[in-house]
Design a protein around this ligand. Sequence first.
Ligand SMILES: *[C@@H]1O[C@H](CO)[C@@H](O)[C@H](O)[C@H]1NC(C)=O
Ligand SMILES: *[C@@H]1O[C@H](CO)[C@@H](O)[C@H](O)[C@H]1NC(C)=O
Ligand SMILES: *[C@@H]1O[C@H](CO)[C@@H](O)[C@H](O)[C@H]1NC(C)=O
Ligand SMILES: *[C@@H]1O[C@H](CO)[C@@H](O)[C@H](O)[C@H]1NC(C)=O
Ligand SMILES: *[C@@H]1O[C@H](CO)[C@@H](O)[C@H](O)[C@H]1NC(C)=O
Ligand SMILES: *[C@@H]1O[C@H](CO)[C@@H](O)[C@H](O)[C@H]1NC(C)=O
Length: 538
Amino acid sequence: MRSEKVYFNINNLAFLGALNWCIICCASALSSCLSLDDVLTRSRSSCVVALVTKNCIADQDVDNYGYVQLRNLLQHKNLGIVVDFVHIDSKWPNGEPLRKGNVEVGNIVLFRKVKKDRTCLLPSTRKQSIAPVILNGINDLATLVDFVNDGCETYFSTSGGPSVEGLHRNEILKTLFHVKNISNIQSRKVFPTQSLQFCEVKDQSCSDTNHMLHSNPSKIPECEKIDLPSKNSFFHNYVKTSKPVIFKNVLRNWPAFSKWTNGYLREKYGKNNIHIKLTPLGEYEGVEPRNMWENHEKFKIPQSVLNQLAFPDLVVVRPATKNLNFSSFMDIVEKVSNGSIKDMSAYLEYSSIPDHLPELEDDIQEDLFFQGLLKRDHLNIWLSDGRTLGKLHFDQYDNLLCQISGKKQVMLFDPHNNHQMYEGHIPEATLSYNQTSNTFHRRHLLESTSMVMSPVDILKPDYSRFPLFGDTYPLNCTLEEGDVLYLPSFWWHEVQSFPNVTAGRNLAINFWYDPFLIKEFPCAECKLDVNPKYRHLL
Ligand SMILES: *[C@@H]1O[C@H](CO)[C@@H](O)[C@H](O)[C@H]1NC(C)=O
Ligand SMILES: *[C@@H]1O[C@H](CO)[C@@H](O)[C@H](O)[C@H]1NC(C)=O
Ligand SMILES: *[C@@H]1O[C@H](CO)[C@@H](O)[C@H](O)[C@H]1NC(C)=O
Ligand SMILES: *[C@@H]1O[C@H](CO)[C@@H](O)[C@H](O)[C@H]1NC(C)=O
Ligand SMILES: *[C@@H]1O[C@H](CO)[C@@H](O)[C@H](O)[C@H]1NC(C)=O
Ligand SMILES: *[C@@H]1O[C@H](CO)[C@@H](O)[C@H](O)[C@H]1NC(C)=O
């Protein structure tokens, strides 16, 4: 009863007398401050907003009406925001004073929720302090709500309901694209099972399924393929809905399309040093049993790490690497392509164009797609003889993959139920390449894990071990020369490249953007959400 009254009074600024009463009321009921130790604890599950005081009450000397209103607005709402007081002279457990960051009495400070560190599997040391975000000056409710929404990544309005941006976000999250809405074809119908490897050729049912992937490919639904849409339509219909799409034939006018022959690239960049990847069979970053590796018995993973690995018997195989000049790399590509080098594949993978081949940027037209809406993080080149297979993984970027030479079949799985993909940390290992003997070795198990790979081999899924994979819905996005694939962030993809036979190569570039939709990872139950960086686009 009492708190309702307070709530009512405070939201009617006309009742200033009542407001004073209210402050006295609240202050006496709550005349204590959060210690900074409390802040650390609370910030593990909440965002903490605090009024800096010298006596742990809403001090009438400072302009804090907005604070009191905010406190009441959020009182019975479960938005993951703690609103309280902190004392100006308080100290963090490590002795560092709150004052250090120019904090003054009357400021409203915000301590962001501490995100779980999903990158490290070793026990982490507890944070000792959090840098406050400070709001000073007039704290009217509207300013304060904006400040809190920005800092806490929330979406409420001055009336307590969702803000306009919040409504927009809810709408976006409700209308995300799901392959299962357009298809009833689940993975178990199209990907042959592990047991096929062992079945007899005369077993009819077995060979039937085995052929399915190739003899009956129309079963797997394909990506929407369209002419280049307007920037606005691209953003609203695909980026905001996390919907993969192929733009047909949009690169043919790029200078890159005709200019970047092997000869041209060799002439321009022959002397430049580059970093390439090597594998024996053209498979990049697959997952395989750890016991295939030398010294696997001696290599001990700490028990605390082991406890967190769902598949400690598997490793992600990183390719061998080599530094050489571009001209020597082209020699290898041409020799692999014409068969004079065997049992080896060389790949210039996600190599930065601005860093290594800067002038090439003049030959592409990024502004066809969107202009400055999303922030570009990388522009990469991908070049090989064309027989490469990039195994199933996701990237934390919105991707535009531009096919210049050869084809890529990109098999996609949506990121909406990552238990089905068995998302998690998988230990890594790196192949070594012996140049003298021209052989590869499984030698280096690493003290690190990959956070973006799936343990499922889609070409021969082990349904007994990964039964949920059978419930996924694949989407086939196959790019031809001149096409561009929009591959939304966090979609799982396996990329089979094919060469342009005349040119003896596969050549693509891609743009990686700070994604519109983000997700914590590895975390199978975490969901996509609007990237707080793009709140202004809502
Ligand atoms: C698509 O499927 C998902 C998951 O089953 C469902 O939640 C969603 O409402 C569907 N969306 C549309 C537009 O039908
Ligand atoms: C994927 O689609 C392409 C054509 O767009 C087709 O040639 C290919 O066979 C399909 N792949 C599978 C595995 O269905
Ligand atoms: C590239 O490196 C090879 C081997 O080190 C060397 O023989 C060749 O001259 C270099 N090519 C250019 C263009 O620098
Ligand atoms: C294969 O390509 C390399 C490099 O371009 C060339 O030197 C060699 O003669 C070619 N071999 C055949 C069999 O065509
Ligand atoms: C590489 O292969 C050569 C020739 O077989 C061998 O003598 C050498 O020891 C190998 N190097 C390493 C690091 O294994
Ligand atoms: C392969 O590349 C050549 C240029 O090297 C081009 O003329 C040809 O159209 C390409 N082939 C296909 C199938 O795209």
